[in-house]
Design a protein around this ligand. Structure first.
Ligand code: ADP
Ligand code: MG
Length: 242
């Protein structure tokens, strides 16, 4: 399989010496097409920093990042924006939907940026929302939807440009256990369709769904292993967190 992500000795420093801190320090990893990877680690360990770099939302201060064999540091802002919009789907803990905008308009947004015409935008967004069980709720604004439904809208938006890579930062962090499992079923299905998924979570039962787990601690990878006991459902009861 092709290599989608190749990270070589990257670091992310904040501040100037001697008060410099490293959110990431000498991180190297390779992720191949079709993998489902969970990145785990305690709060403050550098997970979101890594995801922002993988998503071309932020740049490392040291090291190299190749996405689809392209060295990201050589891309212009315009090229980066295009990569983010067409090659990567983002899913966040807090959904990040436009609040006064209907579900379908939220999902169509990335297509406006990529210049798809209105009739095709409506057609594609309708299809994907229907697939995700929201065919009846397309005109609802986020406030009228449950957390699980909002996350499904966010996933529809992430998938609308048919990205090769889906980056999810704590996608179930704001959801109860039933909605969490529904979201994980969608991620599993997307992965079976061949999409590469990198999911950040600090919940071990959520990570157990992935095929591979990378553990981060203090900005370094401390473990990288295949999941022998991969599960297909979230088992543990979990409460709703804010
Ligand atoms: P996680 O997502 O694992 O909770 P983060 O990647 O958000 O961790 O943060 C890793 C470390 O980097 C933390 O110590 C955090 O305080 C620090 N950090 C993150 N963003 C900044 C920033 N903009 N300026 C300074 N320090 C930051
Ligand atoms: Mg984080």
């Amino acid at each position: 399989m092709n290599t989608v992500i190749s990270v070589e000795n990257i670091a992310k420093a904040y501040g100037e010496p001697p008060n410099q801190t490293f959110a990431l320090n000498d991180v190297s990893l390779t992720i191949k097409q079709g993998e489902f990877v969970a990145i785990i680690g305690p709060s403050g360990s550098g997970k979101s920093t890594l995801m922002n770099i993988l998503g071309c939302l932020d740049r490392p201060t040291h090291g190299k990042y190749y996405l689809d064999d392209k060295l990201v540091s050589t891309l212009s802002e315009e090229e980066l924006a295009r990569v983010r919009n067409t090659r990567i789907g983002f899913v966040f803990q807090s959904f990040n939907l436009l609040p006064r905008t209907s579900a379908i308009d939220n999902v169509m947004l990335p297509l406006i940026y990529s210049g798809v015409k209105q009739s095709e935008r409506v057609e594609r967004a309708t299809k994907i929302l229907t697939t995700l069980g929201l065919g009846e709720r397309m005109l609802a604004t986020p406030a009228k939807l449950s957390g699980g439904q909002q996350q499904r809208v966010a996933i529809a938006r992430a998938l609308i440009n048919d990205p090769v890579l889906v980056l999810a930062d704590e996608p179930t962090g704001n959801l109860d256990s039933k909605s969490s499992d529904e979201i994980m079923q969608i991620l599993i299905r997307m992965n079976k369709e061949g999409r590469t998924i990198v999911m950040i979570t600090h919940e071990t039962d959520v990570a157990a769904v992935a095929g591979r787990t990378i553990k981060i601690f203090d900005g370094k990878i401390v473990e990288d292993k295949l999941n022998k006991n991969r599960v297909t459902h979230i088992t543990k009861e979990k409460g709703v967190r804010s």
